[in-house]
Ligand binder design. Structure first.
Ligand code: CA
Length: 232
């Protein structure tokens, strides 16, 4: 298998170096950028398979880099945050990052996350060439194989996680899942994340799917329990 290319956008050279060392040892090709502008340039010109993106960076911060990359590419992005307040901000913003890790993190966990995110991206790109399997729910049409969703014939731009959550719930209509269950089933066993990630993803999905996201018709809240999908 050809080696996967990971771009590390991190201004602390000691952290960047140790990540690069560990990735190289695992058979990845690792490229470093030490400020946001250089990181953005490399993200767009070198076509990495995954980007590790620090939040606080010189010249252009990680939030801006993430938004700019997303305008052009669906490459998996893992944001690296230094503290809890930064994570809150990352979770609260519509950035389109795929995953988050808070420093300090262990190298084994980081490598596991990188592999999981690259596997998912490879899986999705294979899925795009599958035959369609469209299921209709009211004015939503979900192609369960190809990761595509249309509302009234208009394609919706969902992130991979948003799609996976929607698919998981829609395939199990009316069944209520707790946030912990969804984190485990949709994000996976290797995910060490915060259950707020589920709430944030539900909120974004509603903004994209619903006519009025404060009065949802598809993704419903069961108070005190969790979420479920309802056919309108
Ligand atoms: Ca930094």
């Amino acid at each position: 298998m050809e080696s996967k290319r990971v771009l590390i956008i991190e201004d602390e050279k000691s952290i960047s170096d140790i990540i690069k060392f560990n990735l190289t040892k695992e058979g990845f090709e690792a490229i470093a950028a030490y400020d946001g502008q250089d990181g953005l340039n490399k993200a767009l010109s070198l076509m990495p398979d995954l980007i590790l993106l620090d939040v606080m960076l010189p010249i252009m911060d990680g939030f801006a880099v993430c938004k700019k990359v997303r305008e052009k590419s669906m490459v998996p992005i893992i944001m690296l945050t230094a503290k809890e307040e930064e994570l809150d901000k990352v979770l609260g913003l519509e950035l389109g990052a795929d995953d988050y890790m808070t420093k300090p993190f262990g190298m084994r966990e980081l490598i596991a996350r990188i592999k999981a995110n690259i596997r998912r991206a490879d899986f999705i790109s294979t899925a795009k060439s599958e035959p369609s399997n469209i299921q209709e729910f009211g004015n939503l049409a979900i192609d369960m194989n190809r990761y595509e969703v249309r509302k009234d014939e208009t394609p919706l731009e969902l992130t991979l996680r948003e799609f996976e959550l929607l698919k998981y719930l829609a395939e199990r209509e009316d069944k209520v899942f707790s946030r912990e269950q969804l984190l485990e089933e949709v994000w996976g066993y290797e995910y060490y994340g915060d259950i707020r990630t589920v709430d944030v993803t539900v909120r974004r999905l509603r903004e994209k799917l619903e006519d009025d996201s404060s009065n949802p018709k598809y993704i419903m809240t069961k108070r005190g329990i969790g979420y479920y999908f309802r056919r309108p």
